[in-house]
Design a protein around this ligand. Structure first.
Ligand code: SAJ
Length: 445
């Protein structure tokens, strides 16, 4: 007898009920600083939760209840792996067939040409397409350009399966907003924006998040949701670029830009302080805006602020090295042959991440000018990244006294800057960590 096709609403109702009853099996592809915390939230909510990653070591560590993500306490992970047995990881993507929902949380880097590289997303969605089934919900979380979900994921899923979005399966986008190490905001309490290919997709995706997360913000479609994240991070990149340009301007006019910003920040409305620095690091801010400008260019629009901010922020490492040269010159020395200690290598304070760190550019540029560079960073001991190789040293008084210059590039809170200032003959402070200190030995951006 001809099997009666389920009516479209039935699948949505069935999946919604499974989500509400915690009967849905949730899957997360990509077990990094976004995926693993999300997987843990799903398990905590009561779902059978399967994590997928191509890295066997990560899978092994998760299944041993051993966390490698700063924001995922090992004890919490172990509880869901060993006690409740709700969480497991797998490198075998066939287990996707067991999943009712799948979140894609894989990297989206830039190519050397500054074009988006969505190859990790495509690889993940092709795996899903092998196992997509009626009543399945797929949500892309990786930061990407507007249109990725509709133009790339949807065709792959529909063509491989013959299923129809919004009827047989549900597809949405929800930007990840994880800020690693943030003590106040985490996966559970950061408002979650979500937009689906169809209203039914939005509804089902919101239903899933509403079971685990504090606040869910529904938007009308995937493109809005994709653009939200890019606006958030372009906002930062452009404002950091602005304040870097103001810093260069103030230096020319012999005005203390740090004092200007602190005073401007007393304005109780309509102003948000950003601070100059040695450049833009991390895997979000230097990269995400170029996903937006790349797509805008295809639509015939030149995103000038994004490009300009990229130029200004990208010029800061060279500006820092030029300021070091001028400072040494004032002490009758030159960069060539100078002993220089770069203090701080991570891309921002109090973390160990060196991805895109401007410190690597500062080191590279100083070495290219003949300086003998050593580094100290309490969080980063191996400084062989992106073609840079510099020796890590302890921050002892003799070391400081024998340097020609110390360049503070990352303002880690655990460093004793008073001791640095006391012992070093010259300090170039790109982060104003010596704020309020008066000394001829200090050069500020
Ligand atoms: N930076 C400055 N001046 C500033 C702020 C930052 O030079 O005033 C530099 C930092 O040193 C760093 C880079 O910019 O090298 C990026 O810093 P960030 O504070 O934006 O930190 P990120 O890259 O960790 O950005 C993340 C983002 N989170 C997500 O993408 C989910 C961003 O949206 C957050 O707003 C940001 O953390 C945050 O607020 O901490």
């Amino acid at each position: 007898m001809q099997k009666k096709a389920l009516d479209p609403a039935a699948l949505q109702t069935v999946l919604t009920q499974k989500i509400r009853d915690r009967q849905a099996v949730t899957g997360v592809i990509g077990l990094g600083y976004v995926g693993l915390p999300l997987l843990l939230e799903y398990a905590r909510t009561g779902y059978q939760s399967i994590g997928f990653d191509i890295n066997a070591e990560k899978v092994e560590r998760i299944n041993a209840g051993d966390s490698y993500i700063q924001d995922v306490p090992t004890a919490d992970l172990r509880h869901e792996v060993q006690d409740t047995k709700r969480l497991r990881a797998s490198i075998d993507f066939a287990a996707l067939a067991e999943c009712d929902t799948v979140n894609i949380c894989v990297p989206t880097p830039l190519r050397k040409t500054k074009d988006p590289d969505i190859s990790y997303i495509v690889a993940a969605v092709k795996e899903i397409a092998r196992f997509v089934h009626p009543g399945m919900l797929i949500i892309l979380e990786s930061t990407t350009y507007p249109g990725t979900t509709d133009e790339v994921l949807l065709p792959i899923l529909q063509e491989h399966s013959g299923l129809k979005v919004g009827r047989d399966f549900f597809l949405a986008f929800s930007p990840e907003r994880v800020d690693p190490g943030n003590a106040n905001f985490n996966t559970k309490n950061i408002p979650k924006v979500v937009g689906g290919v169809t209203p039914a997709c939005t509804a089902v995706a919101a239903e899933l998040y509403e079971q685990s997360l504090s606040t869910v913000v529904r938007v009308s479609n995937t493109r809005v949701a994709e653009t939200v994240k890019l606006l958030e991070n372009t906002f930062r990149s452009v404002n950091i670029g602005l304040v870097n340009e103001i810093a260069l301007m103030c230096n020319k006019m012999n005005i203390d830009v740090w004092e200007v910003i602190d005073a401007a920040a007393t304005k109780p409305f309509g102003f948000m302080p950003f601070y100059p620095g040695p450049g833009l690091g991390g895997h979000c801010i230097p990269i995400d805006p170029f996903y937006l400008s790349w797509k805008a260019k295809l639509a015939g629009f030149e995103a000038r602020f994004i490009e300009l901010a990229g130029q200004v922020n990208g010029s800061m490492p060279q500006y820092v090295v030029d300021r070091v040269g001028l400072a040494l010159n004032d002490h009758s020395k030159c960069v060539n042959g100078a002993k220089i200690l770069v203090l701080g290598v991570a891309y921002k304070a109090d973390i160990d991440d060196v991805r895109e760190s401007p410190a690597l550019d500062v080191i590279r540029l100083l070495q290219a000018r003949g300086a003998e560079v050593v580094v100290h960073d309490p969080y980063v001991h191996d400084v062989t990244h992106e073609g840079v190789d510099a020796r890590w040293v302890e921050l002892d008084p003799v070391r400081l006294q024998t340097q020609d210059c110390v360049v503070i590039v990352t303002g880690h809170g655990s460093v004793d800057y008073k001791r640095v200032l006391h012992n070093a003959p010259l300090v170039v402070d790109t982060r104003n960590v010596l704020k309020g200190k008066k000394s001829d030995k200090i050069v500020r951006l």
